[in-house]
Design a protein around this ligand. Structure first.
Ligand code: F0G
Length: 458
């Protein structure tokens, strides 16, 4: 008999989680303004809000913490981190920051100016926010097929080379860099192929532009290249990652994802001029050059995390859970962005709740229903997160409206995955009874989804 799949780790420490009643959850979500970000974590049974900073560190990482060097300047832990990053990426200039958006803030302060255009593939909301905050334009050049949730493509996160070239032809002198997000979170945790990265490189070279990789989930991207792209099945994750970074000029990194730490980030680049320009901003915004907002011990744990998560077995264990979730949703007929991405399942709320008008935010409505059903906290990646157009102030209803259910790294077991799927099935089976969505009572001007206050429409 063939042995079944099993995790590439065993558990050394556990954290209790508690169930609640539907009655309790109905009160809690009301008190939270129907915004799951405003719930207390103790009011959540299985937390799929994000895979960011929610993973479990290994014994090697915890022991690295104890060896952290907390010197203000020149800490040993910084050099350990710098060496680990250079080994994986080939980038020799490294600036630590406290998380990914801080890396964006520091690098974009140096590079992005009013009236600029930054083409990319579905910029993450903080990336878009940091571009628009500087009165520049984030131009989405993702392939059109990414919007069709039922279309199975191996690399649905790809950049459309025609769209990219058009931006460069029209605004070439106002493009500070191209940003490619690996994996493409907003499009559903979808990977970008090596062939596509090569194509983007060719176009960038033609117009004399540099490429930044938003690398939050670069290791998962490398895993999918190994699994799905011809010619890579025999290469190691580290070899594939190096090949991806060889095609780029620099990276912003939220280490809270594929760095396997709870807080941290960095900028890395091969270019001294970018490093020099960013240096001027990291000191006032984040901290001195060799810690940039991170503790020495956190840099030490990150150096180990980057090494661990560029090993096949660790990634294979993780992606197995996503595949299990996808197979259960297939069995129940629940529509999601196909194929499954690297860190989350993205439920297609427009298909689940077609009776709810866009103006009543179907994905947010489904997120609330799922929480009420089983205490499973997902997150809307849809029309609330899309914010309003900065010029017209109209809601942006053009993209997908997803409920994202993230799976934290090395935290939940396959049994938790089965609970998530069953909770979704229960909501799906009674979807016709959901007649109305929600309306906005209060919202912030930028990144409104974190703090928005909502009310159910009676
Ligand atoms: N880029 C991508 C692709 C991200 O997914 C995130 C964060 C960031 C940048 C910003 O990094 O949070 O460390 O400041 N994504 C989290 C998420 C918040 O839930 O997807 P950060």
């Amino acid at each position: 008999m063939e042995l079944p799949f099993a995790e590439s780790w065993k558990i050394k420490m556990v954290e209790p989680i508690t169930k609640s009643t539907r009655e309790q959850r109905e009160k809690w979500i009301k008190d939270a303004g129907y915004n799951v970000f405003c719930l207390k974590a103790d009011q959540v049974y299985i937390d799929c809000l994000t895979d960011s900073g929610t993973g479990a560190m290994s014994d090697r990482q915890w022991s690295a913490l104890m060896m952290g060097d907390e010197s203000y300047a020149g800490a040993r832990s910084f050099f350990e981190l710098k060496d680990a990053i250079e080994k994986i990426t080939g980038f020799k200039y490294v600036i630590p920051t406290h998380q990914g958006r801080a890396a964006e803030n520091v690098l974009f302060s140096a590079l992005v100016h009013e009236g600029d255009y930054v083409p990319g593939n579905s910029h993450f909301d903080t990336t878009k926010g940091h571009i628009e905050f500087r009165k520049a334009h984030a131009i989405d050049c993702t392939i059109d097929e990414a919007k069709d949730t039922q279309k199975e493509l191996p690399f649905k996160g790809n950049v459309d080379p025609v769209k990219l070239e058009k931006v460069l032809q029209e605004h070439g002198d106002k493009v500070p860099f191209i940003i490619v997000t690996i994996t493409n979170n907003t499009a559903g945790g979808q990977p970008v192929s090596m062939a596509n990265l090569k194509e983007v490189r060719k176009i960038a070279d033609k117009y004399g532009k540099r490429i930044v990789l938003d690398s939050a989930r670069f290791a998962e991207n490398a895993y999918f290249i190994k699994e799905r792209e011809e010619g890579y099945s025999n290469k190691s994750i580290k070899e594939i990652a190096k090949e991806m970074f060889d095609l780029a000029d620099g990276m912003t990194m939220s280490a809270k994802k594929d760095g396997l730490v709870n807080m941290g980030g960095f900028i890395a680049t091969r270019w001294e001029d970018w490093y020099e320009a960013a240096k001027a901003f990291v000191i006032p915004f984040e901290g001195y050059l060799t810690y940039g907002g991170m503790n020495g011990r956190d840099m030490a744990a990150l150096a180990v995390g980057l090494d661990e998560n560029t090993e096949f077995d660790n990634l294979d264990t993780r992606i197995h859970q996503l595949k299990l979730l996808a197979s259960l949703l297939d069995e129940y007929g629940i529509p999601y962005q196909r194929p499954i991405g690297g860190h989350a399942v993205f439920i297609d709320a427009l298909k689940v709740l077609p009776q709810i008008p866009k103006e009543e935010f179907p994905a947010q409505t489904l997120t609330i229903e799922l929480y009420k059903e089983a205490g499973v906290r997902g997150c809307e990646i849809g029309y609330i997160l899309a914010d309003r157009d900065p010029v017209t102030r109209e809601n942006r209803f053009t993209g997908n409206d997803f409920v994202r259910l993230c799976i934290p790294r090395r935290v939940y077991t396959d049994n938790h995955i089965r609970v998530i799927a069953a909770a979704l099935k229960n909501v799906y089976d009674r979807r016709d009874e959901i007649k109305h969505g929600v309306k906005i009572e209060w919202e912030a001007e930028l990144m409104r989804h974190f703090t928005v206050k909502l009310k159910p429409i009676e």
